[in-house]
Design a protein around this ligand. Structure first.
Ligand SMILES: [Zn+2]
Length: 489
């Protein structure tokens, strides 16, 4: 008992807001990374961006008890006591934890990558089971969908370990193995051979605890339909990064979500044949789709009419624009192995001699941003996630913040962009009664950052504390624990 008591009642003030008071026993992950932990936590004089798209509200108190937000009150000074931790957060903002909807637990490895961007086959995506969950949580992601798994048992067991408090990380929606067609260069994905195979694969993994599925580029319409029907029978949703099936076809088959904004719709690709991926994998369609034209209007009406969400994954495309984009963040580079860092610089080097792309990436970017805006304006549910795998410079957590900044570049207001990355994901997952906004009764999954992202969206990078179920994790401690390891495990 004495040692247990010691871990429960320390009132240490190591930094300005390290705050412990008497509280329920901390998990292993909590003991290692918690900065705020008490029976009752009161965030005082803080600015709230509540995640609903409403304007920021100045000078509020947020009361957290039993892992939940129990009250939101006008800002006032309150005294700490042995079971209450009080944080004076003048100059800080609190927003809901990010609900990352395209947040992988693996990373791309390119054997023998050179300055001509050549690399050797086979392409492999090693698991980042250690580093990725820490980077997500450190940067404010408290719930995430894995959006396609390559080591599904690792992800399922990781979820159990995080939920038990043995490891730090966000709440996980584990997506099953990618539902890919028979023709694929991805060795780690199941290559489905028939609709029956698709049905069996979905049922097998649903039985083992998977809570979402993702279809991939070469799946056929019949296989996709079988997978959707089997998943829906169990109340499980299906998303897709498609190519062989167009967005409209997938909507009509009953898919729930489509990944990568409007970048991978193939309906206008000149060589598109039914059930077969086209050469440009969607670029031709995006280049030729006038965001205000009749084809776009018809597509968006079909998607909205079928309640199909779209996941915006802007960071994974931003690098194609060149011109030093994205700006590399020192903290992200610090998280990487020397090899991963070297790959980033190789990928970003201009080709010599220059090889201009067939379609101008700036045109694709412009059309996609406008289509995402039009989709939302028409009542569509836009979700957000960085897809931290396709390029060396998109990392877990850092990429989720970048996605929000790029939604603002797309023309959404900062509070709308934050809603897309928080409440919208919760709505999609059917969890908006528990998470996704700052409101009394919801889980205390909150991000505390210095500054005011409603005025300057880059302040979203200044995360200091991330609350998950009422425990305040120290962002810097989590990042320090990863230093030099991302890209290895
Ligand atoms: Zn992805």
């Amino acid at each position: 008992m004495p040692s247990r008591l010691a871990s429960r009642i320390f009132v240490l003030l190591l930094a300005s807001f390290t705050a412990y008071a008497q509280g329920p026993e901390l998990s292993k992950a909590g003991q290692e990374f918690a900065r705020v932990h008490a029976d009752k936590v009161i965030l005082t004089h803080v600015r709230i961006i509540d995640g609903t798209g409403a304007a920021a509200v100045e000078d509020q108190n947020v009361v957290i008890e039993g892992g939940k937000i129990t009250a939101i009150q006008k800002g006032a000074d309150v005294a700490a006591d042995k079971s209450t931790a009080v944080l004076d957060l003048r100059g800080y903002t609190v927003m809901p934890g990010i609900v990352g909807m395209h947040d992988h637990l693996f990373y791309i490895a390119r054997p023998n990558l050179d300055s001509q961007k050549h690399s050797d086959d086979p392409l492999v995506v090693p698991q980042m089971t250690f580093s990725a969950p820490r980077l997500y949580l450190a940067n404010g992601v408290t719930t995430m969908r894995t959006t396609g798994s390559v080591e599904t048992y690792s992800d399922l067991n990781l979820k159990k370990d995080i939920d038990a408090g043995n490891l730090p990380g966000p709440h996980l929606d584990v997506t099953g193995p990618y539902l890919e067609g028979s023709q694929s260069y991805f060795l780690q994905m199941p290559h489905l051979t028939s609709p029956e195979d698709a049905r069996q694969t979905v049922e097998y993994w649903a039985d083992r605890g998977v809570t979402s599925f993702k279809a991939y580029m070469n799946i056929t319409r019949a296989e996709l339909k079988a997978a959707i029907d089997a998943a829906h029978k169990r109340g499980i949703k299906v998303t897709g990064h498609l190519c062989s099936v167009t967005y409209k076809e997938a909507a009509e088959l009953g898919i729930d979500d489509l990944e990568h904004g409007f970048f991978v719709n193939t309906q206008l690709d000149p060589d598109k044949k039914p059930d077969v991926c086209s050469q440009s994998a969607g670029e031709e369609t995006l280049a030729h789709m006038d965001p205000g034209g009749p084809e776009a209007k018809d597509l968006i009406a079909t998607l909205v009419g079928h309640h199909v969400a779209i996941t915006s994954t802007l960071p994974v495309f931003e690098g194609d624009l060149g011109g030093g984009r994205p700006v590399l963040r020192q903290q992200a580079l610090d998280a990487m192995t020397p090899q991963a860092r070297e790959d980033v610089f190789l990928v970003r080097q201009p080709r010599v001699p220059p090889r201009p792309p067939k379609i101008d990436p700036a045109l694709l970017w412009k059309h996609d941003l406008e289509l995402e805006r039009a989709f939302v304006a028409a009542g569509g549910l836009l979700l957000a996630g960085p897809d931290p795998t396709g390029r060396g410079d998109v990392l877990p957590g850092f990429g989720d913040q970048r996605e929000i900044e790029l939604l603002v570049e797309a023309g959404f207001s900062p509070v709308e962009a934050i809603k897309i990355a928080t409440l919208n994901g919760a709505v999609y997952m059917g969890r908006d009664k528990q998470i996704g906004s700052v409101a009394a009764g919801k889980n205390a999954d909150l991000v505390v950052m210095k500054g005011d992202p409603s005025k300057q969206i880059s302040d979203i990078e200044n995360v200091e504390i991330v609350f998950k179920d009422g425990v305040g994790y120290d962002s810097r401690k989590l990042l320090d624990s990863v230093r030099g390891r991302f890209g290895q495990y």
